[in-house]
Design a protein around this ligand. Structure first.
Ligand code: DP6
Length: 320
């Protein structure tokens, strides 16, 4: 059987960094994200009993790097006695460069695999399966503002505010398009084991989530901006103090942060956030998006700028 699902990446405003259970890939902290509209991954999964092994192409090119993680994801969703799969992935943005390509890929793969195998999962089970493949993927199952909470022995994910209730815009400044140096799975473990700031990062996360949730309820942009930038810089402080240090920024990343700060000083509703990569995501009020786009495009070292609104969660688009 064959099924295709589409998912969009998400950007965390309150970040996930660190795992409480490496085997089950359970996060150490809750997180809060926005799902994007215009960047997407489509995953077609064709289960074929005659195929000798799983095969993956990404944008038409055979890809052996991501295949083991995808095969393991399919094993969890369908069962290890499944037929081999021909997986065709298409993505309209740079893969593995800190744009959450794994989130959209594994969210789409989880939904497509369940449909291809004719499995019905309740939403929490589906989130758990996506999260085992990649923690942030569980959030891409949902649209708008999404919270991932730790439960006693798993995770629960839900939309806390639909995109239409606060249609913010994200301007992504690409400062480097190659894959990142250290993948987040390995980097999180380095931080957990070596960063002197790791324990306080984990301890403060619930307080940051509460502030962010309140900011959403009140549509208080400045409050959301302050807590999101603080949480982002705190995560990067944990990374920088790890051994070896995990520094994902380049000079243009810093310049973009300065551009965003200048815009904010000039009265523009915008804040930055940065993940495990050198790209800067500027989250802004829709009326200020053109100004933010122009300023980031004019920032030295910026290679490209993409603007997107907030979008929907992962969905099935074809099933045969
Ligand atoms: C910095 O979800 O990629 O983007 O669970 O190991 O696959 P794994 O990690 P991943 O980590 C994302 C980290 C982050 C912050 C975030 O998205 O919350």
């Amino acid at each position: 059987m064959r099924a295709t699902a589409v998912a969009q990446p998400n950007i965390a405003l309150i970040k996930y960094w660190g795992k409480r259970d490496v085997t089950r890939n359970l996060p150490a902290v809750g997180s809060l994200s926005i799902t994007l509209a215009d960047l997407f991954t489509s995953m077609q999964i064709d289960l074929d009993r005659t195929a000798a092994c799983d095969e993956l192409t990404v944008n038409g090119i055979a890809d052996s790097d991501m295949l083991p993680r995808l095969s393991a994801c399919l094993d969890r969703v369908i069962g290890t006695d499944r037929a081999h799969a021909r997986i065709v992935s298409r993505c309209n943005f740079p893969v593995a460069a800190g744009l959450a390509s794994s989130a959209s890929a594994f969210a789409a793969a989880t939904v497509a695999a369940a449909a291809a195998a004719g499995k019905q999962y309740d939403p929490d089970r589906l989130a758990s399966l996506a999260g085992q493949a990649s923690g942030s993927a569980a959030r891409s199952l949902y649209g708008g503002f999404v919270e991932l909470r730790n439960t006693d022995d798993d995770i629960a994910v839900s939309t806390v505010l639909p995109a239409s209730d606060w249609p913010l815009v994200v301007v992504v400044a690409i400062t480097e398009s190659g894959p990142k140096a250290v993948g987040s799975t390995a980097a999180m473990e380095i931080s957990r084991k070596t960063s002197p700031f790791y324990a306080s990062w984990v301890a403060q996360q619930d307080a940051d989530l509460t502030v962010a949730r309140n900011a959403l309820q009140q549509r208080d942009f400045d409050k959301l901006a302050d807590i999101a930038e603080h949480n982002c810089l705190k995560m990067h402080s944990v990374m920088w103090a790890s051994r070896p240090p995990l520094v994902y920024w380049n000079a243009a990343t810093m310049r973009c942060m300065e551009t965003v700060r200048e815009l904010r000083r000039a009265g523009c509703g915008v804040f930055f956030t940065i993940d495990a990569g050198p790209q800067v995501k500027a989250v802004c009020l829709p009326e200020h998006a053109p100004r933010v786009k122009d300023a980031l495009s004019a920032t030295i070292g910026v290679q490209d700028v993409t603007t997107t609104g907030l979008g929907d969660g992962a969905r099935l688009v074809a099933q045969e």
